[in-house]
Design a binder for this molecule. Structure first.
Ligand code: GLN
Length: 310
């Protein structure tokens, strides 16, 4: 069995030397100035072992990675009825695409494209004030990560609220099909804020442990979701977690994963083995962390972790 600590350190060293770092996203102004040289990697085994290297304790904007946790919460609230509000098929479209929505009459293709995540947020918001819903999402994140220090970066949320015209358009368009229950401003306010949760690779890998371990926190034994639900969330991450780059990610890395555009992070799950978070702000053409994917490909290969075999 390869030595995990060594593999993680080697990969961080290799990534530090690479010049192909991708492009930092600029569409959320507050995030345009992140250091493209940053790189962090944290792996937490289901046995509690932690292997981390690089900037693994620096907090970054998790952006769309938060959608894994809002999906988990919304499924907890309304169960399989959620699938009437949002599909679970890969979209083959960019994360912020609007074209499919017209054909599908306001029911987004999956919970990870922006339109789908906005619909999921709307489900969590129903019956609450935005502040309460946001508090619930943040507390859930703190609970699964076992870390009450996790916070929301208000400046990032405000920045996106000022400039997120595409998301505002998507939400209004869904509302025109009656596909949102709450006022558009309320749903978007909660959405922008949960995208602005700030976490380090170590915190994020901690938060993902339940998905690697049949729905339970392997350290405390607390059940977060039933094993069947963890398996299904992993399935949606595999097929939809990287937007129109999901096929490439499965081909190269072979693990369920969820990327975040603005911050450049990826959460990946090796079922039964480990929860992994990587951070490198430069993105590829599909808006996924370029070196994050390269690092995960190396990790999965060297550890023999691809779900598709060696
Ligand atoms: N908050 C970002 C947006 O809605 C999240 C996108 C992402 O990380 N893919 O555009």
């Amino acid at each position: 069995m390869p030595n995990l600590d060594l593999v993680v350190r080697e990969i961080a060293d290799e990534m530090r030397q690479r010049r192909d770092r991708g492009e930092v996203a600029t569409y959320i102004p507050e995030l345009a100035c992140i250091d493209a040289q940053a790189f962090g990697l944290a792996v937490i085994g289901v046995d509690g072992r932690v292997a981390a290297a690089g900037d693994s304790d620096t907090a970054f904007s998790i952006q769309s990675i938060s959608k894994v946790f809002t999906l988990t919460l919304a499924l907890g609230k309304i169960g399989d009825r959620l699938w009437r509000r949002v599909g679970r098929e890969p979209s083959g479209s960019p994360f912020n695409s609007i074209v499919q929505l017209e054909r599908e009459r306001g029911v987004p293709r999956n919970p990870f494209i922006n339109a789908g995540a906005i619909a999921v947020t709307d489900v969590i918001l129903s019956g609450h004030q935005p502040r309460e819903a946001l508090g619930e999402i943040l507390r859930f994140m703190q609970f699964v990560a076992d870390d009450p220090s996790i916070t929301i970066d208000e400046a990032v949320a405000a920045s996106e609220q000022r400039t997120g015209f595409r998301n505002i358009a998507l939400a209004n368009y869904m509302k025109s099909f009656d596909a949102l229950d709450n006022p558009v401003d309320f749903t978007l306010g909660v959405y922008f804020h949960h995208c602005a949760i700030s976490m380090s690779c170590r915190q994020l890998a901690m938060a993902g442990r339940f998905l690697a371990h049949l729905g339970r926190n392997p350290t405390t034994g607390h059940s977060v979701v039933q094993p069947e639900r963890a398996r299904r969330i992993n399935a949606v991450m595999l097929t939809c977690g990287h937007y129109d780059g999901s096929g490439e990610f499965a081909y190269r890395v072979g693990l369920p994963g969820k990327s975040g555009v603005g911050g450049g992070g990826i959460l990946a799950i090796s079922p039964g083995k480990a929860s992994i978070a990587v951070w490198s702000p430069g993105l590829d053409a599909n808006g996924n962390s370029h070196l994050g994917r390269v690092a995960l490909e190396a990790l999965s290969k060297r550890m023999g972790w691809s779900i598709f075999g060696a």
